[in-house]
Design a protein around this ligand. Structure first.
Ligand SMILES: NC(=O)c1ccc[n+]([C@@H]2O[C@H](COP(=O)([O-])OP(=O)(O)OC[C@H]3O[C@@H](n4cnc5c(N)ncnc54)[C@H](O)[C@@H]3O)[C@@H](O)[C@H]2O)c1
Ligand SMILES: [Zn+2]
Length: 368
């Protein structure tokens, strides 16, 4: 087992990564159950594929569990579901000392974390992520949110979990397209500041997708180490360090908006195309070599991810895409900070990007 600590000032917490962990989850979780019972939140796919194993492990350890099942997918992160979930927690007499268990992907983790933040003015929660995206990204760092009619993740809070439990084996039932979407965020850590890890991804991509246990565990551990380091340096995205995690996300957000935040383009797929665009835009600005941008696209495409507007099936023109970027919550003070790169593993935040130029770049991309 590998333990990574997220070293946040007054409330550090651990991430445990171990193949087979779920079969033995009671050992990790027993200290957090009050009078021998736990409140668990999941979604209907995870309830089918993962919950039976977890329930079996808890039952063997004489820990009782009540479970709240959300509808799978982005619709689970709504005001309506938040109301149902908080009512359910209160009906089950949740107390501030309780730890709610979030068993699922980013949707379950985000709404459970937010519910934990608001119910009884703040309870604790434990993340048990079951998608690759949640394991390497959303379960760590304490961003929680639901969607509102104005957009995605616009209502939320910073609320760190008390513990993160990751079992790489849980990915066996995850559809390959979801696995690839999560892998985009794995590649992102290499692109931000870790060229050696990017090379590792090139060398081990096939083993990872073939289900090689060592490759999967390494990719997850390395990713959470990167995320933990960045979050510890800038928990609330105030000094620019945490903003590096948004590499590919400004372009990606526009692509997601254009495809209606739907299953047409998963978040990780939009981020993949967004990272390829960020690198090619950096080439256009004379910051980065064509060779590096080509390496990025080649690796993404090997993972089955889109690396261009056409591959992401986006037909909007540059002006429309820039308009979507302006509605992104990451905009501050009327300017749009952009993540650019001077090479693989050399990303940086730029505040001098000219949006008209981004629009003409995207028009040129659409024609290439
Ligand atoms: N808080 C953060 O820092 C952060 C970071 C990135 C993304 N997010 C959020 O995370 C969400 C996306 O997360 P996601 O990609 O995990 O999506 P998700 O939670 O919708 O899960 C994807 C699909 O996989 C299914 N699933 C989950 N685990 C499975 C398993 N082991 N086997 C089979 N099916 C399984 C789910 O039911 C769902 O249908 C978005 O809402 C996004 O905004 C949050
Ligand atoms: Zn992301």
């Amino acid at each position: 087992m590998t333990v990574v600590t997220v070293d946040i000032a007054d409330r550090p917490y651990d991430i445990h990564v171990e193949a087979g962990l779920l079969g033995d989850i009671a050992r990790h979780i027993a200290p957090y159950s009050r009078s021998g019972r736990l409140l668990v939140v999941t979604d209907d796919n995870v309830a089918k594929h993962v919950w039976p194993e977890v329930l079996g492990a808890l039952t063997r350890a004489n820990i009782g569990a009540e479970v709240f099942v959300l509808p799978a997918g982005e619709a689970g992160k709504s005001w309506g579901q938040l109301e149902k979930l908080t009512d359910w927690l209160l009906e089950h007499h949740i107390e501030r000392s309780d730890h709610i268990i979030a068993l699922g992907g980013g949707v379950v983790g985000d709404i459970t974390g937010f519910a934990a933040h608001v119910v009884k003015r703040g309870c604790s929660f434990i993340q048990v992520p079951t998608t690759l995206l949640a394991q390497v990204d959303s379960s760590v760092g304490g961003k929680t949110a639901i969607n509102s009619s104005a957009g995605k993740n616009l209502v939320g809070a910073f609320h760190q979990p008390s513990l993160v439990l990751i079992d790489p084996d849980v990915l066996v039932t995850l559809p390959t397209r979801q696995l690839a979407a999560g892998f985009a965020e794995v590649i992102k850590y290499g692109l931000i500041d870790d060229a050696d890890f990017f090379s590792w991804c090139e060398d081990n991509l096939d083993a990872f997708f073939a289900g090689n246990a060592a490759a999967r565990e390494y990719a997850i551990v390395h990713s959470v180490q990167s995320k933990a380091r960045i979050v510890a340096a800038d928990e609330k995205e105030l000094n620019g360090t945490r903003a590096l995690l948004n590499l590919g996300h400004t372009f990606g957000h526009a692509l997601e908006a254009d495809t209606g935040f739907s299953d047409r383009l998963f978040h990780g797929e939009a981020v993949a195309a967004g990272m390829a665009l960020a690198f090619r835009y950096s080439v256009r600005l004379g910051l980065c070599t064509v060779g590096d941008a080509d390496r990025v696209s080649a690796l993404l495409e090997r993972a089955g991810l889109p690396a261009s507007l056409a591959e992401a099936d986006v037909t909007a023109n540059g002006a429309q895409l820039v308009e979507y970027m302006l509605h992104d919550k990451k905009m501050s003070g009327g300017t749009l900070p952009f993540l650019l790169a001077s090479g693989i593993g050399q990303s940086f935040l730029s505040k001098d990007v000219v949006l008209g130029d981004v629009a003409s770049f995207l028009d040129a991309e659409a024609q290439s």
